[in-house]
Design a protein. Structure first.
Lengths: 340, 340
DNA sequence: CTGAAAGCGCTTACAG
DNA sequence: CTGAAAGCGCTTACAG
C-alpha cells in the first residue's frame, strides 16, 4: 500500500508550513496569501494525488459531518427509499450517512446508536422501534442531536418529522363513506406505536363523525409475529358477521398484501364485492388485477425535512424542539369506487 | 453540550497514565496489570460514561474499521436486502458500513468513492454501474481493497462475488424446454453489463443445445430509459410473429413486472396461453393471480461472501484476487408449467 | 507492573 | 503574507 500524501509532505517539498497548505487547500484566507505560493501548493497537491484525511480533520474540529441513520427495517421498500433520499439530501450539506437497521428491536437499536456514537456521528435520524422511549430520552439528556422520522412518541419532547396519520386515515375513511359504504372494516397492527394508533383513531373518528355508534366494532388489530394467520382470520370474521363489511381499510402495506392474497383466494371481487383502501404504497399493487386506492406518504419531503432539521439542531446550542407534520395524499383508484 | 470524557480525564482522576487506561479499557496486557488498578479504571470509566473516541483511534491506527458500500440503486429491494445483510455481517467483524447509492451513474459512483476515500474507509463493496471500468482499475492501481458484488467486468482482474448468471439462465430455459415449449422468447435489458449479457448467453446456449438454429431470433433487448414502451412492443412482436412464442423469460424483475402488466391487459392467460419465468424475485409477484416461476439469488450468501472476501483482502498485503461464483436457484411455480 | 513520550494528519489562534 | 506551535484523543514501542 502506497503511503498517503499528507499536507506535511506537500509543505516539506515546497519549503512552506503545513498551516499554509491547510489554508490554501481549504480556500481560506485567500485574499492574504501569495497567489504564486497558493498555485504551487494546489499544483503539487494535484500532482501527488493528495486526498484530505477526513479522520484527522474530524478529530481536530470535533465534528465528523456524519449522520447516523437508524431505520426500523431497511429491507422495507419504504425505508429504503427514505434512506436514499436522506443520503442525497445529506450529501448536499456535505454530510455522509452511516446507517443501521434495527430490525424492529429496541435492543439492537440501542446497540447501533452506541456504536455510531463511538464513531462520533454529529447526530441521528431515527425511525424508532417499539419500546425505545427510554433510549431516546437518554439521548436527549446527553444533548445528542437527533430527529425522529415516521415513528414518534408523543410524550417525548423531541424533534420529529412525521405525517399526519390521524388526518390521512380519517380522509381515507371519509372517502369510503362518500362512496356509499357504511360498513367499513379496518385491519391494523397491534403495537404501541403512535403512528399506528393514530391511524386507528382517525378511522374511528371519521365513523363517529358520520354518526356511527359502535365505531370500533369493525376494527381488527393483529399481532406482527402472527400476522398472516391473523389477517386471514380478521377478514373472515369481518365478512361473516351479521352485518358484513363492504370495505376494508388496511393500516399498512404488508397487511394489505396479505389481505389481498387472502381475499383473492376467497374469490371475492374487488371492488364489486368489497372495496379496498391501503395505507402506504407498494410495488406489489402493480400486479393486482384491480388498481388499489392508497395513502401516499410524501417520502422526499419527509427525508429532506429530517435532514434539514437535524443539521439545524446540530448547529444550535439551545436545543429547541421542532415537530414537523406533513400531509399524506389519498390516491384514489378503482379498488375503492362503488361498482356502477 | 457536555464535554466528552477522555482517557486522559480518567487517568488524571486516578493519577495513572493514559497508557494504562488504554491498555485496561482495551483488555490488553491483562496478565501484567494490577487487578486493583484495572478495576478502578473500569469502574471510573463506567461511572463517567466513558465512550471511546473511534475517530482518534482510527487516526492513530490508520484504520477505520469502516466499509464503503456503493449500490447501483438502494431503492431496488434487491439492493436493500443486500445492504441489510452486508451491514449485519460487517458488524460481526466490528466493521461499520457507510453507504451510497450511485443511481446507475458511473459519475456519481466516482464521486461517492472519492468522498468515502477521504473518510478513509478500509475498503469498498461495489455494485458497479455501466461504464465503471476505468474507475475500478484506478482503484486497483491505488491498491485500495474492494470487492465487486452482483455486477462485474470480466476484463478486470479484481475480487468479485457474483452468481452464475449463464448457468441460471440456461437452467431456466431448459426448464421451459422440458415443459414442452419450443418457441421461447427472452426480454432482457440492453446494457453493457456482463451479468446481463451472461443471462442472454445462457438462454441462447440452452436453445442451441436443444438443437434450435436461430437461437437469437426471439431475444429482445430493451433500453432502460424507454423500458415500459419497449417491453410492451417486444411482447407484441413476439406474440404476433409467424411462429408466436409459447413462453417468455424475463431478464430481471422490473422487466417482468412491466411485462406481466401488459400481458394481463392483453387478456392473455398465464400459464394457459403463455408460460413465464423471471430472473429475480419481487414482492410484486405475490399479488399476481398466477404464482410466478423465478430465479432466486442467494442474497445472504452473496452479502456474507463479499464481506468476508473484503476483510481478508484488507488484511492481506499481497493483493491476490478471488472470484467467487454462487449458484442461483430456480423456484418452479405454476406460471411455467404446461397447462394440463 | 507502570509512565513518559512520540506521533497519527489535520486546524487555528497567535506572533511577527 | 507566513511560520511555529499547540492540541484533538487515542495507541504503542520503549524504558525502567
Amino acid at each position: 500500500m502506497k503511503k498517503n500524501v499528507s499536507m506535511k509532505d506537500i509543505a516539506q517539498r515546497l519549503g512552506v508550513s503545513t498551516a499554509l497548505v491547510s489554508y490554501v487547500l481549504n480556500g481560506q484566507l485567500e485574499d492574504r496569501i501569495n497567489k504564486d505560493t497558493a498555485q504551487k501548493i494546489k499544483s503539487l497537491a494535484e500532482e501527488l494525488g493528495y486526498r484530505p484525511n477526513h479522520v484527522a480533520k474530524s478529530l481536530k474540529i470535533n465534528k465528523t459531518l456524519t449522520i447516523g441513520l437508524i431505520l426500523a427495517d431497511i429491507s422495507n421498500p419504504f425505508a429504503a427509499s427514505l434512506a436514499r433520499i436522506i443520503e442525497d439530501e445529506a450529501k448536499k450539506h456535505k454530510y455522509t450517512v452511516i446507517f443501521g437497521s434495527a430490525d424492529e428491536s429496541a435492543h439492537k437499536s440501542e446497540d447501533l446508536i452506541r456504536t455510531l456514537m463511538s464513531r462520533r456521528v454529529d447526530g441521528f435520524i431515527i425511525a424508532a422501534p417499539e419500546g425505545s422511549e427510554e433510549l431516546l430520552s437518554s439521548l436527549k439528556k446527553q444533548d445528542i442531536p437527533f430527529v425522529l422520522i415516521d415513528r414518534y412518541f408523543p410524550e417525548l419532547h423531541v424533534n420529529t418529522v412525521t405525517i399526519n396519520n390521524f388526518q390521512a386515515s380519517a380522509e381515507a375513511t371519509n372517502h369510503l363513506l362518500e362512496q356509499g359504504f357504511s360498513e367499513i372494516g379496518m385491519i391494523n397492527l397491534k403495537a404501541d406505536l403512535f403512528h399506528l394508533t393514530e391511524r386507528s383513531r382517525g378511522y374511528k373518528a371519521a365513523l363517529t363523525q358520520a354518526g356511527q355508534k359502535k365505531e370500533g366494532k369493525n376494527l381488527k388489530e393483529v399481532e406482527e409475529k402472527n400476522m398472516i394467520a391473523e389477517v386471514h382470520q380478521a377478514i373472515n370474521e369481518l365478512l361473516n358477521q351479521p352485518e358484513p363489511i363492504q370495505a376494508i381499510f388496511f393500516g399498512n402495506n404488508n397487511l394489505a398484501i396479505e389481505g389481498l392474497i387472502h381475499i383473492r383466494s376467497l374469490n371475492i371481487r374487488i371492488p364489486e364485492d368489497l372495496a379496498i383502501v391501503c395505507f402506504d404504497e407498494s410495488n406489489a399493487y402493480n400486479l393486482f388485477y384491480c388498481p388499489i386506492t392508497y395513502i401516499r406518504q410524501p417520502l422526499a419531503k419527509l427525508g429532506q425535512a429530517a435532514v434539514k432539521l437535524l443539521i439545524e439542531s446540530i448547529g444550535n446550542q439551545e436545543r429547541s424542539t421542532n415537530n414537523i407534520t406533513l400531509e399524506a395524499e389519498l390516491i384514489i383508484q378503482k379498488s375503492s369506487q362503488k361498482y356502477i
